[in-house]
Design a protein around this ligand. Structure first.
Ligand code: ZN
Ligand code: ZN
Length: 365
C-alpha cells in the first residue's frame, strides 16, 4: 500500500516539475508510511525524491517504532543534541543538479520549514498538497470501509447517549457520554472535540461545549465523530429537550429539506459548488438564507477537514471516492440553532451516507 502510494507521489511530483516532496508528522505521513504522531519539536521527515528512493529522517526515540511500520524505507537517525538539518542537507545534496521545486507538507511547523529551506537553498518551495490532495481526495475501498465503520459507531453512540434523560446534564457531560459510547463501540479515538450546544448556545455555529445545564425546551446540537484506522466520522443531529416550538419546527424542516436536496444533487461530474447551491436554494426559499451562514460541507478522511470543500466558488467536478460532509444549518443568535450533518462518499450511483441515524427532529427527555 505504502509503496504504491509513494510511487503515485513520485509520478505527481514529476508532473508538477517538483524534485522532491517533504512530509512531516501529519496525516500525509500516515497515508504514506502507515504511522504518525502529534507534531512536536523533534524533526521527523519523509523525503520523497521524484525518481529515487525515499528517506526517513527520524529522532532516535522513534526509530524502533518507525522501523516496525515501514522497514523498507531507509532511515537517517538523529539523537537529541544532534542537528537533524544535517541529514536534510545530505538528502538535498543527493538531488544533485536535478531541477525542480521542493513541495513541503502544508502543516509543517515554521520552525521546521526554515532549516528545510536552507538545506534546499536555491530551490523554490511549494506545498505538498499540490501532489497529495488529488491522491487523498479519492478514497479507495479500504479507506471507505474504515469510514463506514466510523460512521456506524457514531450512529450507535447517539442511541446510547439519548437512551437516558439529558435534562439537567451539562453540555460537557453529554459530550462525555457520546465520547464514551464511541470508545466502548470500538472507535480508535474521537475525531475532534465533541460539540454540544444547548439552548441559546446552539445559535452559535462554532460554539463547542461548556458547563451550561440542559433545560426543558432547549434545542441541543450534537456534532461529533470518531476514528477507525485513522479515518474520521463526523455527524450532527439536533434534538429538543421536551417539545419544539413552531419556530424550531419550521427552521428544522427547511434545514432537513436543504440537506436532502444537496444529497440528491450529488453525482459524478457535478461541480462542488452546485451541491452548496442546492442546499442554499431550499433554505433561501424557505426564508432562512441569511440564517445559513456557512458553507455546506468539507471533505473528510484522515483529516476532519480536507478537500474538497462544498462551497460557492469551488467548481471542481465530483468524482468516485470523494468523501465530504453535507451540513446545512440555520442559526438565530441568542435563541437557537439547527444543523443536520452526514458524511457521504460519491459512488457511480450518487451519494452513499456513512451515517444513518434518523433525521427527523427528535424530542428527548
Ligand atoms: Zn461535524
Ligand atoms: Zn463537519
Amino acid at each position: 500500500m505504502g509503496d504504491e502510494r509513494i510511487a503515485k507521489v513520485q509520478a505527481g511530483a514529476r508532473n508538477a516539475g517538483a524534485a522532491a516532496v517533504v512530509v512531516g508528522l501529519s496525516s500525509n505521513l500516515r497515508y504514506l508510511a502507515g504511522f504518525t504522531d502529534e507534531p512536536g519539536e523533534r524533526m521527523l521527515l519523509l523525503i520523497i525524491p521524484q525518481d529515487d528512493e525515499p528517506t526517513l529522517i527520524v529522532p532516535e526515540l522513534y526509530a524502533d517504532q518507525v522501523r516496525g511500520h515501514c522497514p523498507d524505507i531507509p532511515m537517517l537517525v538523529w539523537a537529541d543534541g544532534q542537528d537533524p538539518a544535517a541529514h536534510v542537507a545530505t538528502v538535498a545534496a543527493e538531488l544533485g543538479d536535478r531541477p525542480g521545486r521542493v513541495l513541503v507538507d502544508d502543516s509543517l511547523w515554521a520552525a521546521m520549514l526554515l532549516p528545510i529551506q536552507r538545506a534546499f537553498a536555491g530551490r523554490e518551495i511549494g506545498l505538498a498538497s499540490e501532489v497529495m490532495t488529488p491522491l487523498r481526495m479519492r478514497k479507495g475501498k479500504a479507506e471507505v470501509d474504515a469510514m463506514v465503520r466510523a460512521g456506524a459507531i457514531a450512529d450507535r453512540a447517539l442511541e446510547a447517549a439519548l437512551s437516558q434523560p439529558i435534562l439537567g446534564l451539562t453540555e460537557l457531560e453529554l459530550a462525555g457520554r457520546l465520547e464514551a459510547a464511541m470508545l466502548a463501540g470500538g472507535a480508535g479515538g474521537i475525531a475532534f472535540e465533541t460539540l454540544v450546544a444547548s439552548g441559546p448556545n446552539s445559535g452559535l455555529p462554532h460554539y463547542r461545549a461548556g458547563n451550561r445545564r440542559i433545560e426543558s425546551g432547549d434545542v441541543v446540537i450534537l456534532d461529533y465523530g470518531c476514528r477507525v484506522d485513522g479515518y474520521c466520522s463526523d455527524m450532527t443531529r439536533t434534538v429538543v429537550c421536551g417539545r419544539p416550538t413552531d419556530e424550531v419546527l419550521s427552521a428544522y424542516d427547511a434545514v432537513r429539506a436543504g440537506h436532502a436536496a444537496a444529497v440528491d444533487r450529488i453525482h459524478v461530474g457535478v461541480e462542488a459548488e452546485e451541491i452548496d447551491r442546492a442546499a442554499r436554494r431550499v433554505l433561501t426559499e424557505a426564508g432562512f438564507g441569511e440564517a445559513f451562514s456557512h458553507r455546506t460541507g468539507h471533505g473528510i478522511g484522515l483529516d476532519v477537514h480536507e478537500p474538497p470543500y462544498i462551497v460557492e466558488g469551488n467548481s471542481m467536478a465530483l468524482d468516485v471516492g470523494m468523501a465530504f460532509s453535507i451540513e446545512p444549518g440555520a442559526y438565530f443568535p441568542g435563541a437557537f440553532g439547527i444543523r443536520l450533518e452526514d458524511v457521504v462518499v460519491v459512488g457511480e450511483e450518487g451519494a452513499r451516507s456513512m451515517t444513518d441515524a434518523p433525521r427527523e427532529l427528535r424530542s428527548v427527555e
